[in-house]
Design a protein around this ligand. Sequence first.
Ligand SMILES: [Zn+2]
Length: 502
Amino acid sequence: MSANSGSASSHGASRPDGWEAVIGLEIHVQLSTRTKMFCGCEVSFGDPPNTRVCPVCLGHPGVLPVTNEKAIEYATRIALALDCRIAERTIFHRKNYFYPDLPKGYQISQYDLPLGIGGHLDVEMEDGETVRVGITRVHLEEDAGKLVHAGGTTGRIDGADYSLVDFNRGGTPLVEIVSEPDISTPDQARAFLNQLRILVQHLGVSDVNMEEGSLRCDANVSIRRPGDPFGTKTELKNMNSFRFLHRGLEAEIERQVESLDSGERVVQETVHFDPATGMVSSLRSKEEAHDYRYFPEPDLPPVELDAAYVERVRSALPELPPARRARIIEQYGLPAKDAALLADNRPLGDYFEAVTASTGDARTAANWVLGDLSAYLNAAGVPATECPVSAEALAEMLGLVRDGTLSGKMAKEVFEAMASTGKGARTVVDEKGMGQISDAGELEAIVARIVEANPGPAEEFRQGRDRVLGFFVGQVMKETKGQANPQVVNELLREHLSDSGG
Ligand SMILES: [Zn+2]
């Protein structure tokens, strides 16, 4: 069933208790530009506190912000990849609120003229269903600094002795993506966020790392009887992992169902999910937080993106995951599951295509890339781009398997040595004295000697006990330290055992 965008009821999944959840997500993506949104400070993560700051991002009086052109381009890429319409003219607003991590007393953001509007993302669910989630808007803003609560045990403000402010993050370019309330289950929410993350990763505009905060997610949740108007929504803040998002939504939906079933009301408020207890608690009532008194930022000129600019950005977009999935299936004949794994991880997909281009054998390349190579990358915690075994090196090794120099088992050992030393396949094979003996001449003498030395089993074989062949293969392997090509050995043994008979 495919959905019409904009209508939350079109794919609403009614729960067994007769309620239907209505979920919209607000996602913040930190852009990986070199410098901040409105000043020349470097964007960084993990530097000593307050070392990436200047008078502009610290909000000193009299300074003038300057818009980061790269951030505009990155945000445009995201908006286009989500099929948004790009505004020809947008402006920045000041969003006024007072908070210790916001030195200016306002955040520069976009208000009624966002960069992109009216897009969508088609989310593929595990059961094969596609859920179309509308994208209300994509806009640009700047990040706030960061409070560090010290002296307590939990790192949270509750129980802390004092708080410190680190302004390094202040002014980092942020893209906010607001979805329509088209999501109706925690599963759909998690799948949406995951596919959005994969999409943004492909665009090369952010690390989209939830642990480091370059991808953050808030959720608006309400419940209703199918077909009824929307219920009162609450806002779940700062879901900092896919699991917490899923668990937090489940807990909040449960809480709302219990409230309404017992005749209470849902109050519009911000709620916090505590992963330790699995409970949702009220953070603050929303009523005092709504009036930000937005007004146009007088220090920044409007951003005008003409059609030629938008077209240039659009034509430079990389192949996006859905298209790549389809192409991998079509071009290489791989199963859909493998194609998805390769298409969703851009470096891994590139690696696979490079190996295949060299070897011409997509299936073997996919087996290696999704098998031994992925296992190695996961264990080492490095992306495919930093793999010590290059695609060319793996292709060379697969060539040695194809020409019979290496058995499948040896190949695994050679691969491990290549990964730990960074050496090429040929070098590893030479250094280790490895390499399968496939040369029939070399093996023939060994086979002949072993057959001669074991007349009893040889006779048994001739009597028709085929299983004795395994004994002979074992003897040859022992003699060659496992390096004989089993296929060649088998053929030679059969020849000799039938020849030497009387
Ligand atoms: Zn600065």
